[in-house]
Write a protein that binds this ligand. Structure first.
Ligand SMILES: Cc1cc2nc3c(=O)[nH]c(=O)nc-3n(C[C@H](O)[C@H](O)[C@H](O)COP(=O)(O)OP(=O)(O)OC[C@H]3O[C@@H](n4cnc5c(N)ncnc54)[C@H](O)[C@@H]3O)c2cc1C
Length: 183
């Protein structure tokens, strides 16, 4: 199935959600709070933020040339795309587990930790790429969506705190998933 934005994808998600709502015990929410907090942001990483950063890298110069001409910029953007795809697959793995009637696994904590930390790294990259355009809370001629980046850069860190900090998520994964002794 093609998981790009499409009516089929929306229908697929709706079907899964309805199944979950019908079949899960009433005391279990369809989305756990930790996952839900980063879900909207994570959705935009792959579909909006990374493709837009690729456009901006082709447009904005570093040392007189488009940033895109620099190997390390292209490598970094490719790495972000790979990590965003890994998040998407992890989320689908969690859904599959629930569809099979299995208890929730480690996917929620991993999505929360990895998704919010990836969001911070992408925001740091964006602020370097955009330079002063990431500092203006208003559209500019060169970067009409500058205000959106301004808010993303300032706000990315909140997702590593709200709903349980990254340190706490690491403790949970270490103790409950990897079976490490309590520190
Ligand atoms: C944008 C935002 C929205 C929020 N929304 C809500 C909300 O709607 N409802 C709500 O109830 N709360 C909300 N919060 C609060 C949030 O849940 C807490 O800030 C968060 O759980 C961290 O708790 P704390 O601030 O008390 O930090 P603390 O627990 O005091 O932690 C301080 C630091 O110590 C670290 N730390 C603490 N314990 C350990 C440990 N055992 N091992 C390793 N490191 C540790 C933490 O990782 C952190 O870096 C929100 C927070 C933010 C930033």
């Amino acid at each position: 199935m093609d998981f790009a934005d499409s009516p089929e994808r929306a229908a697929f998600r709706g079907k899964i959600r309805r199944w979950l709502e019908t079949n899960l015990p009433p005391d279990i929410c369809v989305d756990d709070a930790a996952d839900q907090r980063v879900a909207p942001d994570r959705e935009t990483l792959e579909k909006q933020q990374i493709p837009r950063l690729i456009e901006l890298a082709k447009q904005l110069p570093t040392r007189q040339e488009p940033a895109w001409n620099e190997t390390h910029i292209r490598q970094q953007l490719a790495q972000f795309a790979i990590e965003a795809k890994a998040l998407q697959v992890t989320r689908l793995r969690g859904l599959t587990r629930r569809l099979r009637g299995e208890p929730p696994g480690p996917e929620g904590s991993i999505l929360k930790l990895f998704g919010s930390e990836l969001g911070v790294r992408i925001s740091d990259f964006a602020s370097t790429l955009l330079g002063p355009y990431a500092m203006v809370d208003a559209p500019t001629e060169a970067v009409p969506d500058a205000s959106r980046w301004f808010h993303r850069v300032l706000g990315a860190r909140q997702y590593t705190i709200a709903g349980g900090t990254s340190e706490i998520q690491r403790n949970i994964i270490g103790e409950r998933v990897l079976g490490l002794p309590k520190g």
